[in-house]
Structure formats: structure tokens, C-alpha cells
Design a binder for this molecule. Sequence first.
Ligand SMILES: Cc1ncc(COP(=O)(O)O)c(C=O)c1O
Length: 398
Amino acid sequence: MQYRYSSRVAQLQSSAVRDILKLTQGKDMISFAGGLPAEELFPAEAVRQAASRVLTQGTGALQYGVTEGFMPLREQLCERMAFKQMRVEPHQLVLTTGSQQAIDLLVSVLTEPGDVVVVEKPTYLAGLQVFALRGLKVVSAESDEHGMIPEDVERIIREHKPKLLYAVPTFGNPTGRVWSLERRKKVLALCKHHEIPVIEDDPYGDIKFDDEQLPSLFALEGEAEGGTVFYTSTFSKTVAPALRTGWMMGDSGVVSMATKAKQAMDIHSSALDQRILSQLLKDFDLDAHIAVIAKSYGERMLEMHQLLRRQPALSGVKWEKPRGGMFLWVELPEALDAEALLRAAVKKGVAFVPGSSFYAEQPQRNTARLNYTYNSGERTQLGIERLVEAIGEFTARS
Ligand SMILES: Cc1ncc(COP(=O)(O)O)c(C=O)c1O
């Protein structure tokens, strides 16, 4: 049978990069490609104990739940958010299947196909996939190491009348950048003035390597009800991604509309996982655990940073040293196409994501994203050696 796919999914065809990365599953392959947390740091024993407690409390844990999510966990999250100056009530916060679903739900209730969404340049790849699936036109605002450039956001607002702005202002994916306070205030003021809702996606805010704490856009706005900012976050990076638990928060009307959309999508996210997380927050010191992983990831970042710095062959390669998050964003010499380099690198047994995947338009082809959290020690060292070899051979050939 000849299947006729919807025009929305037709754009989602597998990219060349994804096809190459599929080849990187082998044991000897060192992958800096995925955004994977370190498995040896998962709080496996605490999760096992929490799961066991939940399951011995009664069979109710296996029953259907409400679409909004397990109320005790929503209340615990409201408390945790208040420590970061983000004040919300449970009716303004909904649990989702990872923050990925929170992004999709917000897009689905706040936009129509054909609407424009403003993003950073570059931006989160799976965010771009949501926007494509929902039929949005993506316009990228110029961005630098201090964040989105407000003057360019203003131009886009004037020229394209966007319906939404999506950003990862703290330890962005792929760049690891942190928006300055001034940029946060300016972009927020513009969106408020022009009534453009903002999705502030914050999966990495807790993974920080120094004591500096900038307020989220949500905290800066200070009011969820009738507000501009919708904040999303997740337990994927602080506990474990397999629990698929994230959340969104903001104006109760929008959140309740998103809840209706979610009901149609999946009725609710895993109530069992939510109960396990709620139990975990009661019995386990999550903040102490976050401090442990942040410290370890900071060390892994430094390890990769120093390995790269020590390579004379990489003198033409530039990167900003991340202050948090999971990624190092590198700029290769201008003539070097990172997609072509990936093919050579995979043959050597190392993988990364070429930067072009993170651009909605006009990709900067000499960029690449390296994850430093999944590997450590000898594997990181071997991976960097292979990468350097691949760059050497590749530049000699071209
Ligand atoms: C910027 C960003 N947003 C959202 C997500 C989705 O995370 P999850 O659905 O696991 O919560 C990720 C995952 O890597 C991410 O990097």
C-alpha cells in the first residue's frame, strides 16, 4: 500500500546525521553525541527503595491517576520552586512525560500551524522537531555568549509577529551558555510588552559548576497568573531520564488548557513513576545528590576542556568553557564541515553531534556539540585522541 503521510510528518524524515549516529551504538565507539547523564551516578539504590516503599503501600500505586499528575509530587515541586523565587500553586503546575512533552503541550495550545516561533541560534534539536511537527515557522534570533540579542528579537517581532518565544537561558543546549541578567530582563520586557508567551526550558539549571545563581525569566516576572513565562523542567538530569517525569508551570488557564490537551494525548504520565519520585523526595536528600553530580560533571567538563587545550593540532578550534550543563560547544576552523568530519570520526570510533543539527536556518557548519557527562577518565581521553586524529586526517585530505 502507498501510505500518504501528513504534511507535518513528511518534514520529519531521518537526517543524514541521525543515520550516522545510529551506527555509533557499538561497544568500542566512544560517544560524545548523546545528552546522557552518567549512569554510575544514578541514585539507583534510593530509587529502588522508593519504588519498593510505594509498591508495598498498596495496589493503588498501579491504578490510573489524574491528568495533572500525583498531587503530593506537585506540592513538593511547588515548595522546591519557591526556593528559587518561583512562586506557584499546585493548580499552576502539571506533571508531564519529561519536559519534552511540556514543550509540545504548550506549543499545541498556544499556536496554530503557520505561526512563527522565535528561537536562539543555535537551539535545542528536539525543540525544533516539536515546532516542525506542529507546523510552526521557526525564526532564529542572533545570539552570543550573553544570550539572545534583544535588538534582533525586536526586529523579528516587528517583521514576523511571532506567537511564541522558546529559549534555554541557563546552560543552553547545545551551547552551554547562560544569559546575562541584562539580556534576561530585556527579552522578557519585549515579550511582555508585545504579549508573546515565552517557554523557558530549564532542564540544566541545577547542574552548575559555580555559586552564581541568576534568576529564571519566570522568577524575574514574579507572577504566574496572567504571566508571559511558562517554565518547564525535569527530573531527567537530576534523578534519571527513564522516569520520564517533567513539569510545566505558569498561568492556570493555559496550564489547564494544556492539561485538556494532555488528556487527549496520553490520559496521564506514569503515576507509578510520579509516586516513586514523591517518595524519593521524602526519604532521600536530592539536593545533596545534585551537588554530587554537579561536582562530578564539573570535573568531567574540566577534563575534556584540558584535553582539548593540550592538543596542538586543535589550535584553530575555539570553545567557551561551560559554567554548567552537559555540553561543550566547539567552533572548528572555518573550512571544516562538521558533518563530513563526523563520518571520518565514526570510522575512528568516536561520535559527536555536528552543530548544523541545531540550526533552524543558515547552519554554521564548522560547529559541533560534545557531551562531557557520559564518559570520563580514559574513555574521554581516548575519545579526544580519536577526534584529534580524525581532524588531522580530514584536514590533510581536504
Ligand atoms: C533543552 C532540553 N529541553 C528538554 C529536554 C527534554 O528532557 P526530558 O524530556 O527528558 O525531560 C532536553 C533533553 O535533553 C533538553 O536538552
